[in-house]
Design a binder for this molecule. Sequence first.
Ligand code: NI
Length: 171
Amino acid sequence: MAIRPIVMLGDPVLRTAADPVESFDDELRELVSDMFETMYHAEGVGLAAPQIGLSKRILVIDTRREDDPDGGRLALVNPEILAVSRATEKASEGCLSIPGLEEFVERPAVVEVRGFDPEGNEITVEADDLLGRALQHEIDHLDGVLFLDRVSALKRRMLLKKWRKLQDEDE
Ligand code: NI
């Protein structure tokens, strides 16, 4: 297992629709282990493969650390959203590729997702709360979409301004 570097906002891989995984082999399982380790190291609850520079449709999530008793730990390959609730919910989100920024994002309250585990078994998950939100956030990553795209234009401008300021302070 290895911790992989996380790519930051501005890297084109974060804006690219990722390719489906075709073989469920040891290489994939090794990659999933690395993604979990990278996510835990960064103290995140979710990570998508493009965030470590790989344009592949893979995500890992572990929401158990947050106050989400029904949360779960899962790795999903080639996930797709089957259904979303009409009801929506607003909650604060952040992203390991945009550290320092957080904003309220409105999303469907419940989501049903189908994908494959790293062994190639099909799994279907229905989730709400943090797990449901994390699934939607990470699947967005696989389509080149960031949470910044899901807030108002005004909020996005403010967030990007803050991001540039944080980058300047780092230099
Ligand atoms: Ni993210």
